[in-house]
Design a binder for this molecule. Structure first.
Ligand SMILES: *[C@@H]1O[C@H](CO)[C@@H](O)[C@H](O)[C@H]1NC(C)=O
Ligand SMILES: *[C@@H]1O[C@H](CO)[C@@H](O)[C@H](O)[C@H]1NC(C)=O
Ligand SMILES: *[C@@H]1O[C@H](CO)[C@@H](O)[C@H](O)[C@H]1NC(C)=O
Length: 407
């Protein structure tokens, strides 16, 4: 049957009016009230917009579909020019009150005012939603973390004898459907296993469909911007042990590394998620790096102190000796005993004492050299201990992180 567009329009109008004439959008659309309305649910994850460790919230963008049978919206296509499917205003018909239990914020979901209905009464309500949901985030392994966030769909009011839920596609297909996922962001979608369960509340069963959103963070950004600079600073700190310990340069150098590291950490505060009760391991990593830097600085100070402690003692001894042999005293003694043999004896005495002094000085010199060698040895020993600590620490971390990133 050929009809022009005006006729078709009027037929559409006619059909809509026929369907909605005696329709009450507040009544669950079943002919026999004992039969439940089965609402099919389907989701496609489009992107993970934000994962907030501080407030334990996850924002996801989802293509949500719910499909159910409306027994009042049935017509014979033959009567209406073969129309098998029309769109209706979603305000005009009954829609199930299916919500996500973990909702904490409305998000910025666009309003889709229409639903599709076909001639056998199947209503398709497709809409994109932005879900801001509460999620118990596991931040310990940051930035090698995986998250398991639950989205539980349920009818808020209706028990299972009125509104029941089911999956539109099979659970396996939904679990592995990542083709619409925007895969360039920080998060990688692993899978979305789902589960149907009933909750018993005051003698009534409530149907739930739970989707576990399994996502994994891509760590590269954090490795490049956080871990590698830290490692560089530690390497520079280690190489600074090759500066001579008796010059003050080493301490100055180490102090500036410590300062640089502090500035670096303050800048990174915002990027590292942290909650009041949980700290990621990377936070501990920073604290331990800082502690190691402080330790190495303290060690250098100790070695310098050791060196100078000896020098001071040596000087004190030598000034004491010089005072004993002061030229004024010699002159005085010389003028006092101007005549005879006693003078020669005195000179001899002086010469002997001078010899003794020089010998002592020499001994002092070798003692000082010994002391210096000892200091260098202590320095080397402490350096080795420091390296050992660093090695154990970094290999432990490397092991943990690599097992997390591969597992
Ligand atoms: C409604 O359905 C139930 C069970 O399917 C049946 O026993 C009952 O007779 C039906 N009622 C009507 C009015 O058709
Ligand atoms: C209405 O849609 C459902 C689901 O897509 C389909 O199974 C059914 O065959 C459709 N009915 C008609 C008359 O096209
Ligand atoms: C994710 O969390 C849910 C609910 O806590 C749990 O049942 C499920 O086993 C978890 N999945 C994985 C892979 O850890």
């Amino acid at each position: 049957m050929m009809v022009d567009s005006l006729d078709s329009q009027s037929i559409l109008n006619q059909l809509t009016r026929t369907l909605l004439r005696r329709y009450d959008c507040g009544v669950r659309p079943v002919l026999n009230w004992t039969s439940p309305t089965l609402v099919y649910i389907d989701i496609i994850i489009q992107s993970v917009l934000d994962v907030d460790g501080q407030t334990q919230k996850v924002t996801t963008s989802i293509w949500y579909r719910q499909i159910w049978k409306d027994e009042f919206l049935v017509w014979d296509p033959e009567e209406f020019d073969g129309i098998t499917e029309i769109s209706l205003s979603s305000d005009a018909i009954w829609v199930p009150d299916v919500i996500i239990s973990e909702f904490v914020d409305e998000g910025k979901s666009p309003v889709i005012p229409y639903v599709y209905v076909n001639s056998s009464g199947i209503v398709k309500n497709y809409k994109p939603i932005q879900v801001v949901s509460a999620c118990d985030l596991e931040i310990y392994a940051f930035p090698f973390d995986k998250q398991n966030c639950t989205l539980t769909f349920r009818s808020w009011l209706h028990s299972v004898s009125e509104v029941d839920l089911a999956l539109w596609r099979s659970a396996e297909v939904i679990a592995n459907d990542t083709r619409e996922f925007m895969n360039d962001g920080e998060w990688e979608l692993l899978s979305i296993p789902s589960l149907y369960w009933k909750m018993n509340l005051a003698d009534r069963d409530y149907a739930h469909i739970q989707f576990n959103l399994l996502i994994r963070r891509r760590p590269l950004l954090y490795v490049v911007s956080v871990l590698i600079p830290s490692i560089f600073l530690m390497v520079v700190d280690v190489t600074s042990f090759y500066l001579p310990p008796n010059s003050g340069t080493r301490i100055t150098f180490k102090t500036s590394i410590l300062l640089g590291y502090t500035v670096f950490r303050v800048n990174l505060m915002d990027e590292i998620p942290a909650t009041a009760i949980k700290t990621p391991l990377i936070g501990v990593f920073f604290a331990v790096c800082m502690a190691l830097l402080v330790l190495s600085l303290a060690k250098s100070i100790f070695v310098v102190k050791l060196l100078h402690h000896n020098e001071k003692e040596v000087k004190e001894i030598s000034t004491l000796c010089l005072f004993d042999l002061s030229p004024e005293a010699d002159l005085l003694s010389l003028t006092e005993a101007q005549d005879g043999i006693p003078q020669l004896e005195k000179v001899l005495q002086e010469v002997v004492s001078l010899k003794l002094y020089l010998q002592e000085e020499e001994n002092e010199g070798t003692a000082q050299a010994d002391w210096l060698a000892l200091c260098y040895k202590v320095d080397k020993f402490l350096f080795r201990i420091y390296l050992l600590i660093l090695l154990i620490y970094s290999s432990t971390l490397l092991f943990l992180w690599s097992s997390w990133s591969s597992g």
